[in-house]
Write a protein that binds this ligand. Structure first.
Ligand code: 4AD
Length: 458
């Protein structure tokens, strides 16, 4: 169906006077005896295109066309609205492509985000979600561009796997056998299952990504990760999109440099490409958002040792719900205090106690900490988790044994330390978390199309 995008019509003054076809859904409708005005949106922009229907001039308005949510095709001439100077269409012919009865759920101008969450397929027709999903698309493209321009190879790592990357036991099981009392024990059950062994949905592409980095030098993945965490928080979903670069011949400081550079690149790109959306988020969701993001692109991030952060938290004049001591896993309240109250900008926390971090992280010479980093940002907390990897076979095996892991599941991974092992490092960026940070949306459920959380799927 040949038609012109609303975005093009609203932004190209040379179209004034031209007759063209436009398609879209009715956002508002005013109908009187002589004239009718429809606001049409086709999703290409947050702006609506006004359709003017002059009934005295003999233009027919089908009754179903003036209904919210109806899909229309309009043929008309581009004119300039004398009141606000923006482009509008003087309609000649209106066709209803799809009517929208009275039970169309978006009858009210503003609806609560909670209400909209109950209808993910319809909420995308609101300006809020139009803006969120355009930003997602622009930022995904920026991430690919960032890595592609720098010679990284895009890799698709398996989604079904037999090894648990984070070793945290948060994997969804993949099985073709339903409930059954046929088996005497788990081993028998898995032996009879599709893969002949226990399998699950990957929590991270890192382990396989490391294998690729050991061949291609610099790689990145960008795909879904799955976590069966039962935490019902504003920043966890069971299915999230994960960006995971892995770099051979890199150590922790190199990794920090790359992560900061990438974040600045994608934020700058978003600010350049989405001024309309940014303004919308600033007005509706986070006052000071633009200023915050300008600070991100124009200033250095802080780098703070975990041990120093603990001291700062202990000195803080705040009653934390969870007590702080060296060795503790930082809670969201601690992370947010560090980045929001102390540094007021993104902070790389480095050198965490090895007991609270994953088996694969490079053990520091102090014997207590690992060369890991989390990037914490105001408002959201952790958006990146990464580390230099333990490249020494013996040390890696020892760490795995300490954590009670089954070596057999990690044979490929261990091989990487046997054949041409080298210093290497990588990180994982939670795509939804950076979208939250850049849009000011405070609930992760509002930056992903169909959020999957504990007890909630459709
Ligand atoms: O810190 P995480 O668990 O690190 C890893 O998975 C490493 N294997 C990454 C690597 O080094 N290649 O997760 C990385 C990031 C977190 O910082 C967070 O942004 C995001 O993934 N993330 C989640 N996002 C939404 N919902 C969840 N349940 C998430 N779990 C992690």
């Amino acid at each position: 169906m040949k038609h012109t995008d609303v975005k093009v019509i609203l932004n190209d003054p040379s179209l004034v006077g031209r007759e063209l076809t436009v398609c879209g859904w009715v956002r508002t409708a005013r109908d009187s005896k002589n004239m009718a005005f429809l606001a049409l949106n086709d999703g290409t922009t947050l702006g609506h295109l006004q359709i003017v229907i002059d009934k005295n001039a003999g233009v027919a308005l089908p009754p179903e066309a003036a209904k919210l949510g109806a899909a229309l095709k309009v043929i008309g001439t581009v004119a300039v609205n004398p009141n606000n100077g923006s482009a509008e269409i003087e309609a000649k012919e209106i066709t209803v492509l799809g009517p929208s009865p009275e039970d169309y759920p978006l009858q009210k101008k503003f609806q609560k985000l909670e209400t909209l969450r109950e209808m993910p397929h319809i909420r995308v027709r609101t300006n809020t979600f139009n803006a969120v999903f355009r930003v997602r698309s622009i930022m995904a493209a920026a991430i690919h561009r960032y890595f592609q321009e720098r010679g990284y190879v895009y890799v698709n790592t398996p989604l079904i796997t037999a090894s648990d990357c984070e070793g945290a036991g948060e994997m969804f099981k993949v099985t073709t056998i339903g409930y059954s009392d046929k088996y005497k024990n788990a081993d028998e059950y898995y032996a009879d299952d599709f893969f002949g062994k226990k399998a699950g949905l990957s929590v991270s592409g890192q382990l396989e990504g490391e294998g690729m980095a050991m061949a291609m030098g610099k790689i990145y993945t960008f795909g879904p990760s799955f976590r069966a965490e039962k935490s019902n928080t504003l920043r966890h979903v069971a299915e999230f999109w994960h960006v995971e670069p892995e770099i051979a011949f890199a150590e922790l400081p190199d990794l920090i440099e790359i992560a900061e550079d990438m974040i600045k690149y994608i934020v700058r790109d978003y600010m350049e490409k989405c001024p309309e959306e940014l303004k919308f988020f600033e007005e509706r969701f986070e006052k000071g958002l633009t200023e915050k993001l300008l600070n991100v692109v124009n200033n250095d991030f802080a780098v703070v040792d975990y041990t120093d952060a603990i001291e700062l938290l202990k000195k803080a004049d705040v009653e934390f719900e969870y007590p702080v001591d060296w060795g503790c896993d930082l809670q969201s309240e601690h992370e947010r205090y560090i980045t929001e109250q102390i540094y007021k900008k993104p902070v790389f926390l480095i050198n965490y106690p090895k007991a609270i971090k994953s088996f694969y992280m490079k053990q520091n010479p102090d014997g207590k900490t690992v060369a890991a980093t989390d990037l914490l940002v105001p408002g959201v907390g952790e958006i990146i988790g990464g580390s230099e990897r333990e490249a020494d076979y013996g040390k890696l095996v020892a760490a795995m044994k300490e954590k009670g892991m089954t070596m057999d599941e990690y044979r490929d991974y261990l091989d990487l330390r046997k054949f041409g092992s080298c210093p290497h490092a990588g990180f994982g960026l939670g795509f939804e978390r950076i979208i939250m940070y850049c849009t000011g949306m405070s609930n992760i459920r509002d930056v992903i199309f169909y959020p999957r959380t504990v007890g909630n799927i459709r």
